[in-house]
Write a protein that binds this ligand. Structure first.
Ligand code: HEM
Length: 308
């Protein structure tokens, strides 16, 4: 499953792109409303618990950016003040959670049959999937409806077991990565119209110049909330031009070999046909330049260890 444990301090990551993420989220809450942000009535307590956890965590972890107040939390940079004790809350608790951090957030609740269902979400910058398609689904259906490669045979059983056993004091994280041939953070236009009945990655080669190729990676975390025992899932997206990524030592070579190692299902899921030719030519060329400039391939394993 590619999971690692993370120290609770490292639950949420923020960086200097906060203003951009915050503005895009605010615009999408305004324009798209409950297509992107929604809480089922039975998940309200869990969504409020997630909000309370963020209200406690953020000022402790990032004291120069947030301040705990009697009623809730202030964002010192944006000037926003959130009251988390009034009832009803002024907004869906998941909308407030979404405004507080760069991450997308989801809450899953265990059902009497042991399955986890996605019952609250603030999915504003997911790029290639829509909360409205997945809301209310079980964890398995969330994945099979998207044809996640090898889900049934490799992931389903261990994922369900992992969810049932998850403890409140251990936080988990995993990362993934994709490529896209546009710079859409909230919605990647390569997926077609966000409001189309069905969305799918393009399959025809775009032949776009490498400057239009972006590396998209999500840092996802999972934890169980102590009061409601719901599972909170956070998704922090990083979107970086491939031309920037490729400046990092070893990265062009590693990315190229990763893309070449995808089997047919993974290639189709990740839309490889759309960008592979241009991307691989570029990465091979940059790798060769690094080697010509003296990159020590023997040391790669050592460098790869950082930071985990
Ligand atoms: C143990 C935890 C989990 C594992 C190992 C896992 C694994 C995966 C994998 C392998 C993919 C394919 C893309 C990628 O490489 O990331 C994927 C996609 C996805 N996952 Fe998960 N996942 C986990 C938890 C969750 C949770 C809690 C949600 C709740 C919303 C979720 C929602 C999704 C969605 C929406 C997609 C995209 C599906 C699509 O393309 O339509 N995942 N997941």
């Amino acid at each position: 499953m590619g999971l690692r444990t993370v120290h609770p301090h490292g639950w949420i990551e923020l960086d200097n792109e906060f203003p951009k993420y915050h503005a895009e989220k605010a615009a999408r809450i305004e324009e798209r409303g409950d297509k992107c942000v929604k809480t089922a009535p039975e998940a309200l307590d869990a969504a409020i618990e997630l909000l309370e956890e963020l209200t406690a965590y953020l000022p402790a972890r990032y004291p120069s950016l947030y301040k705990r107040t009697r009623e809730g939390i202030d964002n010192l940079w944006s000037g926003e003040s959130f009251n988390v004790v009034e009832r009803p809350l002024r907004e869906d608790p998941m909308a407030i959670c979404g405004r507080l951090v760069q991450d997308d957030l989801a809450v899953l609740l265990e059902q009497p049959d042991g399955q986890y269902r996605l019952l609250a979400g603030s999915i504003l910058l997911a790029g290639f999937w829509r909360l409205s398609d997945k809301f209310g689904m079980t964890l398995s259906d969330v994945h099979t409806s998207g044809d996640v490669p090898h889900f049934r045979e490799k992931l389903e059983t261990s994922m369900n077991k992992f969810f049932r056993r998850m403890k409140c004091d251990t936080f988990h994280a995993r990362n993934n990565y994709f490529f896209q041939v546009d710079d859409g953070l909230g919605w990647s236009s390569s997926m077609g119209d966000e409001d189309a009945q069905k969305v799918a990655r393009g399959t025809a080669p775009t032949e776009k110049a490498i400057e239009h190729h972006w590396f998209r990676s999500e840092r996802q975390t999972l934890r169980r909330l102590p009061k409601t025992r719901a599972v909170a899932f956070t998704i922090r997206t990083y979107l970086v031009p491939v031309t920037e990524m490729a400046k990092e030592p070893y990265v062009p070579g590693r990315l190229a070999s990763a893309v070449r190692s995808w089997d047919e299902l993974v290639s189709s899921y990740k839309g490889k046909e759309e960008y592979a030719a241009v991307l691989l030519d570029f990465l091979d060329e940059k790798h060769k330049e690094q080697v010509d400039d003296g990159l020590d391939l023997e040391k790669e394993d050592e460098v790869r260890k950082y930071p985990w």
